[in-house]
Design a protein around this ligand. Structure first.
Ligand SMILES: Cc1cc2nc3c(=O)[nH]c(=O)nc-3n(C[C@H](O)[C@H](O)[C@H](O)COP(=O)(O)OP(=O)(O)OC[C@H]3O[C@@H](n4cnc5c(N)ncnc54)[C@H](O)[C@@H]3O)c2cc1C
Length: 383
């Protein structure tokens, strides 16, 4: 995957195919719509984003921890995160009104990503005294920690609004309360022969839950935890697993300093950061769920209490201000799925973003939009 924002496909200026439909108004769909619009596609052809809810960002993209962290073990994902961090720090002039990142910093306890962190300029190992000063209530004693100074918290509402505004301004149509029931396909003539893998089916349109049908040439599947079900129904062999994760925000407490950095213990699966006067806490739980049945499990509060007692003993008995869950969706190898489906022509995936979809969204949107545009001519020629 090419991870440079500057790269533009040679055939970017070629004529577009018929209508393009994006399913899902989370960060994946919105970022793809924004970059398609930026490439001039929304004026050259009809780009429509279909979202089932009353508004965009109502699922994982609006319910996450909003942490910008580029120290990621997987090299490909890390490169996308680094490209995206550069975008957030210096977005296009008309993208947003204020900063997208609040660089409160991250303190990452080992084990986890030490080699990546050691190579960073805006990162250094902390002495025990420095760690204790940065995180006065955290159990830092005897634990090696790294301080990443230029990352921290993302302004999710501003980011989603910026993608949406930019997409709309350049001609993308957004339809909320619009549920896609089925992606329709037909068999490709002459498929299946030869050594090269050719698509077996081609996308023809969409059936909506209210009975409306839409003809289309390209479908961008950005439906988060539901993407696997929709893709499977269209004949794709890609399997995705949505996994539930909980977040809790503790009751407001005047001892909590809103400028504290995010503290993250990969080894124990725990992170904490200031939020709404309290602390946002996660036990990094992950259990597979059906996307229609992602509801909170009170037992996770016990796990969280045990981990909080270990890492933040002063807050072990903090009250619960809010507690919720959402889905992180994974492919079997835990890599993102961005690009055309090998079996279904006209079907493009922007899914399986796991726990990094917000951080990597500019790079994800750019890659997805490039793929759709690059394949446009080939799609039209496919019988
Ligand atoms: C607890 C938690 C914490 C996280 N923390 C972070 C973090 O700190 N940093 C980070 O980078 N990432 C984080 N993530 C990951 C990030 O939230 C996801 O990677 C990202 O939101 C995925 O975006 P998405 O657009 O693929 O999915 P979603 O946001 O779920 O969007 C999918 C959309 O598709 C719509 N849809 C589904 N089916 C249909 C249909 N049939 N018709 C029409 N619309 C449909 C849904 O309504 C939804 O709006 C976290 C995730 C969780 C769960």
């Amino acid at each position: 995957m090419d991870a440079t924002m500057a790269a533009r496909p040679k055939n970017e200026q070629e004529s577009a195919p018929g209508p393009i439909h994006i399913i899902g108004g989370g960060v994946a769909g919105l970022a793809t719509a924004y970059f398609l619009a930026r490439m001039g596609r929304a004026t050259a052809t009809q780009v429509t984003l279909l979202e089932r809810e009353e508004g965009t960002g109502r699922h994982s993209s609006g319910l996450n921890a909003a942490i910008l962290r580029t120290a990621i073990g997987q090299a490909t994902t890390r490169r996308l995160a680094e490209e995206s961090a550069a975008f957030f720090k210096s977005p296009p002039p008309d993208f947003c009104d204020g900063p997208l990142v609040n660089p409160t910093g991250l303190v990452l306890f080992e084990p986890g990503c030490e080699e990546v962190l050691a190579a960073r300029t805006a990162c250094r190992a902390l002495s025990a005294e420095e760690a204790a000063a940065l995180l006065p209530h955290y159990a830092t004693r005897g634990r090696r920690a790294f301080h990443v100074t230029d990352e921290g918290q993302l302004d999710i509402a501003a980011l989603l609004a910026a993608y949406e505004r930019g997409a709309r301004a350049a001609g993308v149509t957004l339809r909320n309360k619009c549920e896609v029931a089925k992606i329709t396909t037909r068999a490709c003539r002459g498929s299946g022969g030869g050594a090269q893998r050719t698509p077996k089916r081609k996308v023809t349109g969409l059936e909506l839950a209210d009975g409306e049908t839409l003809a289309t040439e390209a479908v961008v599947l950005a439906a988060g935890g539901w993407a696997g079900l929709l893709g499977g129904g269209a004949g794709s062999r890609l399997t995705l697993t949505p996994k539930r994760r909980h977040l809790m925000v503790s009751a407001p407490d005047e001892n909590i300093d809103p400028t504290w950095p995010v503290a993250w213990s990969d080894g124990d699966g725990f992170y904490a950061k200031p939020e709404s006067g309290g602390l946002m806490l996660s036990a990094c739980d992950q259990s597979p769920v059906h996307p229609d049945h992602c509801t909170t499990d009170p037992a996770v509060l016990d796990q969280l209490a045990a981990k909080t007692a270990r890492h933040l003993p002063a807050f072990a008995d903090a009250g619960v201000a809010s507690f919720w869950c959402a889905m992180r969706t994974f492919a079997p190898d835990e890599h993102f799925r961005i690009g055309p489906d090998p079996d279904v022509a006209g079907l493009f995936w922007v899914a399986a973003l796991g726990g990094h979809g917000m951080t990597c969204s500019p790079a994800i949107g750019r890659l997805a939009a490039n793929d759709v545009v690059q394949q446009a001519a080939a799609l039209r020629q496919l019988a």
